[in-house]
Ligand binder design. Structure first.
Ligand code: GDP
Length: 430
């Protein structure tokens, strides 16, 4: 299996960082295919801590090619700051080790301003954005008024693109009580950053097709989670891009057949940041305990995450929409010491049992979970590296999760340490 996609199978924060780190050591190419710098991975390699947001996890490993695909939206100023920070830690980043797709749309300063201005309005329910301009940049991509990496190479094209964007944005800003964009200032800023970004620009679709033919192993590094997918998530409380595995191909320019294994990252319970439906949310001491034991605070925003029992209905659904071949079940250790554990096995909607999350927002808000109760375990799973290290009831819990979501466990994570992992199926194995 040459090419592996890693996707979050819940609402993000499933612990993708550790698993991606583990897999990136074995890949030749690591590609980001959606999202922006709202993703937050912390990697610890040989005792050094690296904080990555826009950069793929491969950049901190020598000999790997890291790729930012066209499915991403890129803030060029943020990227240069992030590169400088990683360089300051002694890691060299060159056009041989980092490539940015020429057709990647840029996040511009006015995108962040728009995000924050809209989120500050009380007239509509908040979506819960991180205020970094990612949503507005995707809007401009679909609205065919984005400035893309390749546009930075030519002053005349750049000015045309800026004018096209500003017709839209200045009208919008007037309505929101913001001043028009300083056109000359923006063009000057873009011209200044252009050579730094263009150094890394490449026809990524071509490079990756060649790498694939040459037998390289490609790791597609997903951000967020499938329940935040723009089409299949809990709309409108979602992110602005497709998160599900099919996007890996579209987001870099490879065919759908180039994906050999989809690894869904699944937390042993459920969390969600920000607004939106969450059927198994716990607003009681059990929820507090999950949050405290699991350190459920956002890496990028510091926001407290909402916590609840494992929802097998949702994960079965995301395994289906992403074609997940196997899951990495993370944070099992957080469940240590509970007397009993609940798993959501279905929903009640107005007296009828259903086996999926309905699409209509009012239905999503009204479903109540139908639980199955399982005994907890008094022993510890923390740091377990083989099944033999796990209490019998922990194994029963994992097996029940597999049955309910209709997907096998490929990896089991039992602590933040990279080696505290039980390997069942190697996603990269032939
Ligand atoms: P991501 O956005 O999906 O990468 O998830 P985050 O990085 O926000 O959350 C993962 C957090 O959980 C990090 O602090 C990890 O060190 C930690 N983590 C990952 N796997 C495990 C695990 O199996 N057990 C515990 N206790 N913590 C874990």
């Amino acid at each position: 299996m040459a090419n592996v996609v890693v996707v979050g199978a819940q609402w993000g924060d499933e612990g993708k960082g550790k698993i991606v780190d583990w897999l990136s050591e074995r890949a030749d190419v690591i590609a980001r295919f959606q999202g922006g710098h709202n993703a937050g991975h912390t990697l610890v390699i040989d005792g050094t801590v690296y904080k990555l947001h826009a950069l793929p996890s491969g950049v901190v490993r020598p000999g790997k090619l890291s790729v930012i695909g066209n499915g991403v939206v890129l803030d060029p100023w943020h990227l240069m700051t992030e590169i400088a920070a990683i360089r300051a830690q002694g890691v060299e980043i060159t056009p041989q080790t980092l490539m940015i797709a020429e057709n990647t749309p840029l996040i511009l300063p006015f995108h962040g301003e728009l995000d924050r201005a809209r989120e500050g309005q009380t007239a509509v329910a908040k979506i819960g954005t991180t205020g970094r301009g990612i949503g507005p940049a995707y809007e401009d991509k679909v609205g065919r008024r984005a400035i893309r990496v390749a546009d930075l190479a030519d002053r005349a094209t750049l000015e045309l693109r800026v004018d096209r964007a500003l017709v839209h944005h200045d009208a919008l800003r007037r309505g929101l009580g913001l001043d028009p964009v300083d056109r000359a200032g923006l063009v000057a800023q873009l011209e200044a950053i252009a050579p730094e970004i263009l150094r890394f620009a490449a026809p990524v679709w071509k490079v990756l097709n060649e790498r694939r033919k040459a037998g390289n192993r490609i790791l597609f590094e997903g951000a967020q989670g499938a329940l935040l997918d723009i089409d299949f998530g809990t709309y409108p409380f979602v992110t602005s891009s497709n998160v599900i595995a099919g996007q890996a191909a579209t987001g870099v320019g490879l065919g759908p057949g180039s994906i050999d294994f989809v690894l869904g990252i699944v937390k042993a319970y459920t969390t969600r940041v920000g607004e939106g439906p969450f059927p198994t949310e716990l607003l009681d001491p059990d929820g507090e305990r999950l949050g405290a034991r699991g350190h459920e605070f956002g890496t990028t925003t510091g926001r407290k995450r909402r916590c609840g029992w494992f929802d097998a209905v949702l994960v079965r659904q995301t395994c289906a929409t992403s074609g997940v071949n196997g899951i990495a079940l993370t944070k099992l250790d957080v469940l240590d010491g509970f007397d009993e554990l609940k798993i959501c096995v279905g929903y009640d909607l107005d007296g009828t049992r259903i086996d999926h999350l309905p699409t209509a927002a009012d239905h999503q808000a009204r479903v109540t979970p139908i639980y199955e109760t399982m005994p907890g375990w008094s022993g510890s799973t923390e740091g377990a590296r083989s099944w033999a290290d796990l209490p019998a009831n922990a194994i029963k819990y994992v097996r029940r999760v597999e049955e309910l979501i209709d997907c096998p466990v490929a990896l089991l994570s039992t602590s933040p340490e990279r080696d505290d992992t039980i390997l069942v199926t190697d996603p990269f194995a032939d």
